[in-house]
Design a binder for this molecule. Structure first.
Ligand SMILES: NC(=O)c1ccc[n+]([C@@H]2O[C@H](COP(=O)([O-])OP(=O)(O)OC[C@H]3O[C@@H](n4cnc5c(N)ncnc54)[C@H](OP(=O)(O)O)[C@@H]3O)[C@@H](O)[C@H]2O)c1
Length: 287
């Protein structure tokens, strides 16, 4: 393993595309595959090799990164790739607890080293190489992961054995979902009460009630424009993963309510908009 390993990145969506660009910018050799190949093409201009199948993309790679929508897509792609023993697989998609267990078992069966490494941060931090990488897996693998994590992230938190990072990611996403839903409810309530919602954002600004996310998502809600950073359909997937992982051990009514708003937005045809589009369900008159 060199300090500039050859990396195959599978999945060049909103997150995978800028992550691949940052791997290239760090001087790594990057091979990419995306189901819809056109989305990966721009990376060729930056020096990546673009392949038509996962198996071609992983050939000769020392590290394989998956950044796909959900668990089944990751499993299908892993199966199609047929990774050779000894390769390091860094699984960065958000797939939840059960899928992480299944994927880790599949990796073990194939003799492939597995690191569970979901990320915090959205489109812009991904473009800036400032994601927070939550990493879990064998300590021996840390050094091998470093060139990838340093290229895509501003910070890496190693948190324990495989599955721990995924659990922490779900905890953090419960927070993200709650913040977005709470912002929608306060902005919506302001409008219902005839109060300028910008006054709400101004009132909390800089105080202990403030959080940058309220301004980011609140501004989108006030404008009624939701260009996707984190699509509502994937936020709904994550809310379901949070609820499944919690089972009946903890009452997550807030997450359940947020999921209801997200599902209503998705069903109304706004699944590809940003998760802030749950506002459309909070204030039905805004659709
Ligand atoms: N966006 C964020 O803010 C954010 C932040 C942290 C973590 N994440 C997580 O990162 C992962 C990727 O998210 P994203 O925002 O990049 O989503 P995205 O833009 O929707 O990209 C999803 C990727 O998965 C591929 N895909 C979907 N279904 C597939 C299937 N059945 N077989 C093969 N490939 C399939 C898509 O291919 P096509 O291009 O062909 O559709 C695309 O490459 C998700 O797990 C998400 O929850 C996202």
């Amino acid at each position: 393993m060199t300090s500039r390993p050859t990396v195959a990145l599978l999945g060049t969506g909103i997150m995978g595309l800028p992550m691949a660009a940052n791997l290239l910018a760090a001087g790594l050799t990057v091979r990419v595959w995306n189901r819809t190949v056109e989305k990966a093409r721009p990376l060729a201009e930056q020096g990546a090799e673009v392949f038509a199948t996962p198996a071609e993309a992983v050939a000769g790679a020392e590290i394989v990164v998956t950044m796909l929508a959900e668990g089944q897509a990751v499993q299908d792609t892993f199966d199609a790739a047929s990774l050779p023993p000894g390769v390091l697989w860094i699984q960065m998609s958000t797939v939840g607890v059960d899928w992480t267990d299944k994927l880790a078992a599949a990796a073990e069966k194939a003799g492939v080293a597995f690191v569970d490494a979901p990320v915090l941060g959205t489109k812009q931090p991904a473009e800036q190489g400032k994601l927070v990488v939550l990493a879990a897996g064998s300590e021996e693998l840390r050094e091998r992961c470093a060139p990838v994590f340093d290229a895509v992230g501003g910070r890496t938190l190693w948190v324990g054995p495989v599955g721990t990072a995924t659990r922490l990611k779900l905890v953090a996403n419960a927070w993200v979902l709650a913040l977005t839903n709470a912002t929608a409810e306060s902005v919506g309530l302001a409008q219902a009460l005839g109060v300028d919602p910008n006054l709400f954002l101004e009132a909390i600004k800089g105080g202990s009630l403030d959080v940058p996310y309220a301004h980011l998502k609140g501004a989108a809600m006030v404008a009624g424009e939701f260009p996707p950073a984190f699509p509502a359909r994937l936020a709904a997937k994550d809310a379901r993963l949070v609820l499944e992982a919690a089972g009946d051990t903890v009452d997550l009514s807030g997450t359940a309510a947020t999921l209801g708003h997200l599902e209503a937005a998705v069903e109304a045809g706004y699944g590809d908009e940003d998760m802030a589009a749950l506002y459309r369900a909070v204030v039905p008159g805004s659709r």
